[in-house]
Design a protein around this ligand. Structure first.
Ligand code: TRP
Length: 478
């Protein structure tokens, strides 16, 4: 049951919306090798750290960090702030999905879903002045999603929603299997899917692709955000921790790679029918999924009037459960330290979150969303993971973790894993991080650099304030 819950929390927009888009913008085949390497080097190795730590301490990240050292409190708030900021744009993607549920009832996107998404849904512009223009439909759907999230948390409906999405997740998988099978029969499909499986060895030296691969693994497996830690703290004694982690990581990546075979086949079909070059098929990168799936529904005929809405509804539920999971950790930590009633905390968090989300509903919203997404995953969370590797690999007694993991598992970890966490992973992350910062600084435009600068300041100042504010809970530091 818990394993299903873990897979459920990993499978979400990351697999259906983010992965195909990252894959597409990094050239398909060039991306796959870095991706697979990151799955092992970062994904599985680091999930194991989170499992072991969560299983051992059985409490929230903040208090786990105190147990190691009191000075680490800002690190915990830093991570929670990233989680919160991810939620602010995650809402927007769920909002787009909500719009597509309605559109799919009549296939209102017409014959050219790409133009429709850019011009009618996002009403995107390139000029910075677009930041002053709010797009009413996106605004309304973002508001609706925040409202739902708030309502679910406030009314304690999490379990109910969780149960609904447990039913819908297999439905989503079935639909995806159907769509992939159908896509493979489209003319031109092979133009697309061969892209994924044709490795481009020269791209291996392009560190930006590696950074993107690390970022995708982080997002898709919800790494570094203490999610796996929370789940592991509920696992009963005698659980096969390593086996569990490996299964969750493989199912999650297997699902997204499988799904992208369909996505790329459809892109191949689009390339063949429109005669456009492969890399110019989709204008708004952040919206790849909202272009490609409507396209396949267009070619499916009448069954699409059933499959289309069902598909977007499944994504809606997967998105909302992920959103609740993101927000819960934030609310829990705030109410634990300041003894504010959980419902009041939820209301405050949702209001602040909604206010931030408004920037994604402007005419340059999807561009800003892309910047948030890349910055928070490829830089901020990657940095947090580096810190966690150092904290648990070097400050904490690491051999204890090995023992905890190996106790009941049939797959054992040992020296290799220890070397990865203590040396290889931190060195790789540090290298990629520095190179990523340099290459970003040298290529960045004004809008992106302003956003990144603001995010950087917020990510430094706010965690320090939250850590400095005195705890109202007398047992907080026990
Ligand atoms: N992994 C989720 C997905 O693929 C997204 C996600 C990131 C998430 N962090 C999370 C979900 C924290 C729940 C909790 O969509």
């Amino acid at each position: 049951d818990l394993m299903m819950a873990m897979i459920g929390s990993a499978v979400g927009l990351g697999n259906i919306w983010r992965f195909p888009n990252v894959l597409y913008s990094h050239g398909g085949g060039s991306f796959m090798i870095p991706y697979i390497v990151s799955l092992f080097l970062l994904g599985i190795s680091f999930v194991l750290v989170e499992y072991a730590v969560g299983f051992k301490f059985k409490r929230s990240l903040a208090r786990i960090l105190f147990a190691v050292s009191k000075k680490l409190e800002p690190v915990a708030w830093f991570i929670l702030l990233i989680v919160f900021l991810i939620a602010t744009y995650y809402v927007c993607v769920v909002g787009w999905d909500l719009i597509y549920i309605v559109l799919s009832l009549t296939k209102a996107w017409g014959a050219n879903p790409d133009l429709f998404f850019a011009n009618n849904v996002l009403q995107a512009t390139d000029s910075i002045s677009g930041i002053f223009k709010i797009v009413p439909m996106v605004f309304a759907s973002v508001f609706a999603i925040w409202f739902m999230a708030w309502f679910i948390i406030k009314r304690d409906l999490n379990d109910g929603i969780g149960n609904v999405s447990k039913v819908l997740l297999p439905v989503l998988c079935l639909i995806v299997v159907g769509i992939v099978a159908f896509s493979l029969t489209l003319p031109g499909a092979s133009i697309g899917y061969t892209q994924i499986f044709t490795p481009d060895w020269s791209a291996l030296t392009n560190l930006d692709v590696w950074l993107a691969a690390f970022g995708q693994i982080i997002f898709s497996l919800s790494l570094g955000m203490a999610i796996a830690m929370t789940y592991a703290s509920y696992l009963p004694e005698g659980s096969k921790l390593v086996d569990n982690a490996v299964i969750v990581a493989f199912s999650n990546s297997g699902f997204e790679v499988f799904n992208s075979i369909g996505t790329f086949s459809i892109l191949g079909f689009m390339a063949l029918t429109t005669g456009m070059p492969f890399n110019e098929l989709v204008t708004e990168g952040t919206g790849l999924a909202f272009v490609v799936f409507p396209q396949v529904f267009n070619t499916m005929g009448d069954v699409a009037y059933i499959i289309g809405p069902l598909f977007f509804i499944c994504i809606l539920f997967a998105g909302i459960t992920s959103l609740i999971a993101l927000l819960e950790g934030v609310c829990y930590s705030i109410s634990e330290k300041f003894l504010i009633e959980r419902k009041k905390t939820a209301t405050a968090v949702c209001i602040v979150g909604f206010l931030i989300s408004i920037i994604f509903t402007t005419a340059v919203g999807s561009t800003i969303l892309g910047v948030f997404d890349a910055y928070l995953n490829n830089f901020a969370l990657l940095f947090a993971i580096l810190l966690e590797c150092i904290i648990f690999g070097w400050i904490y007694k690491f051999d204890d973790l090995i023992e905890i993991l190996n106790n009941n598992s049939s797959i054992k970890v040992g020296k290799t894993w220890k070397t990865v966490i203590k040396y290889i992973l931190p060195i790789c992350i540090a290298g990629l991080w520095i190179q990523g910062v340099m290459s970003t600084i040298s290529t960045i435009d004004t809008l992106s650099s302003t956003i990144m600068l603001i995010l950087t300041i917020v990510l430094i100042v706010v965690p320090i304030i939250f850590a400095k504010l005195p705890a109202r809970n007398p047992h907080y530091y026990d």
